[in-house]
Write a protein that binds this ligand. Structure first.
Ligand SMILES: NC(=O)c1ccc[n+]([C@@H]2O[C@H](COP(=O)([O-])OP(=O)(O)OC[C@H]3O[C@@H](n4cnc5c(N)ncnc54)[C@H](OP(=O)(O)O)[C@@H]3O)[C@@H](O)[C@H]2O)c1
Length: 289
């Protein structure tokens, strides 16, 4: 006998406390739970880059262990839906290889890890109306010491994929290109320190694919590099009403800037653009001054 379990997810509308953001390019019923959402024109020569994070009240972005993902901190369907809404506007989603590795290690949502794509059908349609094209996941790695076949994201089934790495990393990964013809490899570094040049990397995304809006979904290590390089224009931040502290059996839990320490003068400062709530959860939007 075959039985089916139907799970109904109850979504609440976001309560808008204030919103000084741009008016929507398009007023679509699919956006109704959030209300208006628009973005400014992209910066010349590179995409407009907006990050999306969830953190605890005390600023932790990963609980580590087997509860290391952002969803372990948010846990509400509205935050998952908001991620889809932000993906609908993005030409591509950018991530550090650490986030993919962790989610694959936890077998979330399947043994070979996630594909970072829109699942809400209404928001898939919104993306089509916005003419954003096929979804693309872009992974950044310095070491490039993995097998593409270990990760579902490189299968080419739901999204196109790009790996950004150093020139040395690119030549390593290109050896696997025969089995993964749909994964594009970009090697960009300054030549001296053998690190990925992040400015060159995002300019290459703009030039190669015409990417104007780039959504950064984590994690903290690559965020630190992008922020330091002046490449984060905005951040959407969900604050979950829990406090956990830094200590865990698996090490120190990271904040969004684990390896960075700016002076007061050099602190990155933000305009608070909008604020929404659902119950005890806060949904902020900040724009870099
Ligand atoms: N709360 C949230 O919203 C949220 C969002 C995303 C992720 N997370 C969580 O954060 C954790 C992962 O954190 P993470 O800091 O390790 O992940 P990450 O930033 O996604 O990835 C770090 C890796 O990215 C590459 N990388 C980072 N900076 C680079 C740079 N400047 N140039 C070139 N490559 C660079 C390196 O890859 P190689 O080692 O391959 O060289 C590095 O090990 C996971 O538990 C994840 O679930 C939470």
């Amino acid at each position: 006998m075959c039985s089916r379990v139907i799970i109904t997810v109850v979504m609440h509308d976001f309560q808008v406390l204030f919103d000084h953001g741009e008016h929507s390019e398009l007023l679509d019923p699919a956006m109704a739970p959030y209300g208006k959402l628009g973005f400014p024109a992209p910066v010349e020569g590179r995409p407009w880059i907006y990050a999306n994070f969830v953190q605890t009240l005390d600023g932790i972005v990963s609980l580590l262990g087997n509860e290391a993902a952002g969803f372990d901190i948010s846990g509400v369907p509205e935050d998952r839906w908001l991620m889809d809404l932000l993906r609908a506007y993005a030409d591509a989603v950018l991530l550090g290889m650490g986030t993919l590795r962790e989610e694959q290690r936890m077998a979330r949502p399947r043994p070979r890890g996630p594909v970072f794509r829109i699942v809400d059908p209404g928001l898939q349609q919104l993306r089509a109306k916005l003419h954003r094209g096929r979804e693309r996941n872009v992974l950044v790695t310095t070491r490039a010491d993995f097998q593409l076949s270990d990760y579902a994201v490189f299968d080419g089934k739901y999204v196109d994929a790009t790996v950004i790495t150093t020139r040395e990393g690119a030549s390593k990964l290109e050896r696997q290109s025969d089995s993964h013809p749909f994964v594009d490899i970009i090697g960009v570094d300054s030549g001296e320190d053998k690190k990925v040049d992040l400015r060159q990397a995002v300019a290459a995304l703009n030039e190669r694919y015409g990417i104007n809006y780039l959504l950064y979904e984590g994690g903290p290590a690559l965020y630190s590099g992008l922020l330091t390089a002046g490449l984060i224009d905005e951040k959407f931040l969900t604050v979950s009403p829990m406090e956990v502290g830094r200590l865990s059996a698996f090490g120190l839990r990271p904040s969004v800037l684990p390896d960075v320490g700016f002076s007061k003068e050099d602190a990155v400062r933000w305009h608070w653009l909008s604020c929404r709530r659902i119950g005890d959860f806060q949904f902020h939007r900040f724009r870099r001054r």
